[in-house]
Unconditional design. Structure first.
Length: 106
């Protein structure tokens, strides 16, 4: 849910407030989730940190989700595990300086 939308000269600032979830992060991201779903989750979370003309889907980027996705990637042998881990480990440190590149990598 968008709480506020504030235009400035250089960017649009969105503040997001997530509605209370009924499912746990373990249910949202099961340990055996398909690689495509990992890509989709990271892609949708990156939308919180970038500006794009079009965005398909949105998922609030939370510490809990980042930690769970790290667990999921570590537990599986995905083709692009190294890319996912590089992104998620940066986000774990709250380093979003490459969010645009992360978005494009996914």
């Amino acid at each position: 849910m968008v709480v506020s939308d504030k235009d400035s000269e250089t960017a649009t600032v969105l503040q997001i407030q997530e509605e209370e979830r009924e499912e746990t992060v373990e249910e949202e991201f099961p340990i055996n989730m398909h690689e495509n779903r990992v890509q989709t989750a990271i892609h949708r979370m990156s939308h919180q940190k970038i500006r794009a003309d079009e965005m398909w889907g949105f998922l609030p980027l939370t510490d809990e989700r980042v930690q769970r996705l790290i667990e999921v990637v570590e537990a599986n042998d995905y083709k692009h595990s190294e890319t996912y881990m590089a992104i998620l480990k940066r986000w774990e440190r709250h380093d979003f300086s490459q969010a645009d590149k992360d978005h494009n990598a996914i």
